[in-house]
Design a protein around this ligand. Structure first.
Ligand SMILES: [Fe+2]
Ligand SMILES: [Fe+2]
Length: 293
């Protein structure tokens, strides 16, 4: 059993029943490309989908999503966790992804990857786009965390529990985050993962690092908000989270090809060059010997 674990977080997939988003973005094709790249080159132990899986919540959108993701999970043997966001429709989400006809049931769940525990929470509200947890959910989380996990715990849900730079969006993030902070503080939670904003953010809650992943479907241009605009732009990203027993760290990734390569060298060569008296010198040597510097 490998001690360290690699988790892939995909958020805000915004899959549609047919066609494209905003007449331009084929969110289904983007997801297909990301999964294909992961399968080809990635090393990972679980995939978390943190909400807004469908753009309009149609049953067909979930069927399309599941046809890709479940097949990917079966081929790779890697488990997948589906979590909802404000764009998701709870009844269709439960029916199509969990084969559950209880349209009221929240999608709280636990997934164990050897010694790593992943707790997924349903932060969606019935009456709006903001996020919330009821007393029952926080009590359940508290009970789960009563027993620590050997590698620690990741808590994942859709709505960020920290503010972001666009003030109006802060009206639809997680309400009363201090209640969650009181539950996770001092426990074994190594990272809290969220999505929703379509841009990357980092912060902390109750002493726990918080990572807000961007969307796979399209991005929010934060700079435009300084000019008084709320602007969506094309682009895609996702996250890799490494958990190694001493904590967790998150890395933002973008789907892509070899088109933009500036240099590359064998990692073994790099390892053999780094670790001496001057790391910078050794790295410089390695790049020189790759003939690309
Ligand atoms: Fe979204
Ligand atoms: Fe959202």
């Amino acid at each position: 059993m490998s001690e360290s674990k690699v988790i892939i977080q995909l958020s805000d997939l915004h899959i549609v029943a047919e066609g494209s988003l905003h007449g331009k973005v084929d969110s289904f094709a983007i997801l297909n490309e990301i999964l294909a790249t992961l399968e080809e080159t990635g090393r990972f132990d679980a995939v978390l989908l943190t909400g807004d899986l469908a753009d309009q919540g149609e049953p067909e959108a979930y069927r399309r999503l599941r046809s890709l993701v479940d097949a990917f999970s079966e081929r790779t043997g890697v488990p997948v966790m589906y979590l909802p966001g404000n764009h998701d429709e709870r009844g269709a989400f439960r029916a199509e992804l969990f084969d559950d006809d209880d349209a009221e049931r929240k999608s709280d769940q636990v997934l164990w990857i050897d010694g790593l525990r992943i707790i997924g929470l349903d932060s969606t509200a019935k009456d709006g786009h903001h996020g919330e947890f009821d007393d029952e959910q926080l009590t359940w989380l508290d009970e789960q965390l009563a027993v620590p996990a050997p590698l620690g715990t990741i808590v994942a849900f859709h709505h960020p529990p920290i503010p972001g730079p666009i003030d109006v969006i802060n009206l639809i993030t997680l309400r009363e985050p201090e209640r969650l902070a009181a539950v996770v503080e001092g426990r074994d939670v190594v990272m809290i993962l969220a999505g929703h904003t379509h841009h990357v953010s980092g912060g902390a809650l109750g002493g726990v690092p918080v990572w807000v992943a961007t969307a796979t479907a399209y991005q929010v241009d934060v700079r435009a908000s300084d000019a008084g605009l709320f602007r969506g732009v094309t682009g895609s990203g996702f996250t890799r989270i490494d958990v190694d027993g001493s904590g967790a760290y998150a890395t933002h990734l973008t789907p892509g090809t070899d088109e933009n390569v500036l240099y590359q060298l064998d990692l073994e060569l790099l390892r053999s060059h780094i670790g001496g008296a001057s790391t910078e010198e050794k790295l410089d040597d390695a790049l020189m010997s790759a003939g690309e510097h």
